[in-house]
Design a protein around this ligand. Structure first.
Ligand SMILES: Cc1cc2nc3c(=O)[nH]c(=O)nc-3n(C[C@H](O)[C@H](O)[C@H](O)COP(=O)(O)OP(=O)(O)OC[C@H]3O[C@@H](n4cnc5c(N)ncnc54)[C@H](O)[C@@H]3O)c2cc1C
Length: 562
């Protein structure tokens, strides 16, 4: 039998998954892992929690060592060995190591070099107080700075890593300013959920600046002075740069990449070069919903692709293709969790896909059992077919489970109404007989079949100018804040006051609303049965307030009293 040499570049998520699987499929092969850093198999996802002190020791971040990998999988792991070049014709990689440079021959080469922190062209970013959070050394440097007395930090970028870094630094007692150039924190999150996320960050004591860019970093006696597009500046002991990640693909000559430098691969992770494969953050994926080509920089997809590429290489059996990712992701924000799967509005708009959005505010478990918390759930569906396009949720409990169920349903090709058919576990501490997922299915079914017509916060101008706004909450709730044009008829009184509605609507469509969308749906059915043109506000006042954000105080009258 031929003895193969497999060379892997990058010894963490995708690379080490590929190496371990290759060994399990081919006991005789030489499996060599090149890692430029000092450690392999480290928990990059754990770095922010090490910064925050929840993961106490540096050793806890090291899942494996070269020695343990040698002993258990007979891998030849070479740390401080950097792949600097590729000769695809000769099938060799050029390697720079502490003992000098050498060329290493391969039969198959797996590239999993990951990504490095993006560095936007902001003058002064080379200030020594500016740090990134990608490696164990980065995290140790941040923790050392805290131990050495840092009291103030600026985090540039409020994506997943920026949010985790900001929370970690805050947990360590630092004053933290979080700067995000996009209109809101966690840009992939829809604005009505991001508003809740930002409120939670502020409640943690983090100074959140949204729609604000850093324009320059200057020095003041060793501290960094970060100038902002607002004209303010913030002086800090430390600046954590987390504004995105760029693929670490320089030097791999001949490997076809997109305009960002991300490696193009086929469904088995094969590049354009014979025997050269690539996985993980450095590659481009095809989005499972929109078919857009984009990098999906997440640990699950990288680990999975590493294993599947090994299957394709070793050809022990017909390899499963690498699935198109939904980008399912989750982050903790204080007492909240935010999670998402599939496409958001921006991605759906860019792809030109028709969609409608369902907003639900169910409880994570039975309301009569202590401790029930509201989940703010968004589901984007195709209004004519019910296809699930994307989902997001924010809440204190049960968010991960619901988004994972929706991600599973999407992978299985279920439509939103099919969610009704899922048999989900239930007892009062865990859920409800009608789980939030079931509720999403029921609402979707109503929308797809025309039982329910929705209006959305995006339609506010239409509602206020062209429709009759009917608020069916109680008078007490109405008094806490309502649209200026709204007329209040509680849903329990509606059947007896239909003549009033007809008179006041005067032929206009009726934009019904309540607190969360449940009572307005009941009212909507009463109105439709009476032959009236009615639509119900998706997610009710809860969604409208979050959508309006700071503008709610201006538009909703009287000003918020909560
Ligand atoms: C702080 C942080 C938190 C994260 N949290 C989460 C999370 O909670 N959930 C989630 O899903 N994802 C998370 N991620 C993303 C996840 O870690 C990545 O998607 C995943 O690690 C990508 O795997 P990869 O193999 O492509 O790259 P990596 O795991 O980054 O490994 C790449 C390795 O290649 C090495 N390398 C690069 N170039 C060369 C070269 N030329 N020669 C030799 N070695 C080289 C690098 O030093 C690096 O060690 C987080 C990432 C970070 C940085």
């Amino acid at each position: 039998m031929t003895k193969h040499t497999y060379v892997i570049v990058g010894g963490v998520a995708g690379g080490m998954s590929a190496a371990a699987r290759l060994r399990r499929l081919d006991e005789r092969a030489d499996v060599i892992v090149l890692e430029q850093g000092p450690v392999v198999s480290f928990a990059n996802c754990g770095l922010p929690y090490y910064v925050g002190g929840e993961i106490a020791g540096q050793a806890d971040l090291l899942v494996q060592t070269p020695e343990s990998l040698k002993a258990s999988l007979n891998l030849d792991v070479r740390v401080h060995h950097r792949a600097t070049g590729l000769d695809a014709a000769a099938k060799t990689v050029h390697v720079a190591s502490p003992d000098g440079d050498y060329d290493l021959a391969y039969d198959h080469l797996v590239l999993s070099p990951g990504a490095t922190a993006a560095r936007p062209p902001i003058p002064g970013l080379d200030h020594p107080a500016v740090r990134t959070l990608r490696t164990v050394d980065d995290a140790v440097a941040v923790r050392d700075a805290i131990t050495s007395g840092a009291t103030r930090a600026v985090v540039l970028g409020a994506g997943f890593i920026g949010l985790e870094a900001a929370e970690g630094l805050r947990l360590q007692g630092l004053d933290v300013t979080l700067v995000e150039a996009s209109p809101h924190v966690l840009p992939p999150l829809e604005r009505e959920l991001a508003w809740l996320a930002a409120a939670e960050l502020r409640a943690l004591g983090i100074d959140v600046r949204e729609g604000v860019a850093a324009t320059r970093v200057d020095d003041a006696d060793g501290r960094a002075v970060v100038d902002l597009s607002t004209g303010d500046s913030v002086t800090a002991d430390m600046v954590v740069l987390s504004v995105g990640a760029a693929p670490a693909t320089r030097g791999f000559t001949g490997v076809a990449c997109d305009e960002r430098g991300s490696i193009l691969v086929d469904e088995h992770g094969h590049t354009n070069l014979a025997g050269v494969w690539a996985v993980g953050d450095a590659t481009v994926s095809t989005d499972a919903v929109t078919q857009a080509r984009r990098p999906v920089q997440l640990a699950g997809p990288a680990n999975r692709a590493g294993r599947l590429v090994a299957d394709a290489i070793a050809a022990a059996r017909k390899a499963r293709p690498i699935p198109r990712p939904f980008g399912t992701a989750i982050v903790r924000l204080g007492s909240l969790t935010a999670a998402m799967t599939g496409a958001n509005r921006a991605a759906l708009d860019a792809a030109g896909l028709a969609y409608t959005t369902l907003h639900l505010h169910p409880l994570d478990h039975a309301g009569y059992f202590p401790g029930a918390e509201q989940i703010h759930l968004i589901v984007h569906i195709d209004p004519s077919t019910g296809r699930l396009l994307g989902a997001q949720a924010v809440g204190q409990a049960g968010v991960d489970k619901r988004i994972d169920v929706l991600a599973t349903a999407m992978r299985a090709g279920l439509t939103a109404p099919d969610l009704i058919d899922l048999d989900l576990c239930y007892s009062p501490p865990y859920g409800s007989a009608k789980d939030p997922i079931t509720m999403a299915g029921l609402l979707a079914d109503n929308v797809v079949t025309g039982q329910t017509s929705l209006w959305h916060p995006e339609d506010l101008a239409w509602a206020r100018q062209e429709a009759f706004v009917l608020d069916v909450r109680s008078a007490t709730e109405f008094a806490t804040g309502h649209l200026p044009e709204a007329v209040n008829i509680p849903h329990t009184h509606l059947r007896g006051r239909l003549d009033e509605v007809v008179a006041q609507a005067a032929g206009r469509p009726i934009a019904v609303m309540c607190q969360s969308g449940v009572r307005s749906y009941i009212a909507h059915r009463v109105l439709v049965d009476a032959g009236l043109d009615s639509r119900t506000l998706s997610g009710g006042m809860l969604t409208l307030r979050a959508w309006l954000g700071a503008d709610a105080a201006r538009i909703i009258t009287p000003a918020e009293t909560r």
